[in-house]
Design a binder for this molecule. Sequence first.
Ligand SMILES: [Zn+2]
Length: 89
Amino acid sequence: MFTLDYIGKSLNLKGVIVKNIVNIAEEQHIYLSLPVQEQCCSHCGHLNSYIKDYREQRIKDIGFGSTVYLYVRKRRYACKNVPKHFVSL
Ligand SMILES: [Zn+2]
């Protein structure tokens, strides 16, 4: 049995954390996330932001011969300097 770490490496997704893999009939659903890092605000450029919430984005059929869905958990940040939000992985 393959580990989630091995599967992440075999997909050549450097730095990506494979959280879970679910097989449903002929489909494979792979749930991914990235480690939390400080993000520069896309509006003012400062590092003074925090994670406001998460949004999951589904990427369909990446071409491994069967139907594969990647789920990426995107983070939405709020800036402490300006009342703006921005999205990052
Ligand atoms: Zn800002």
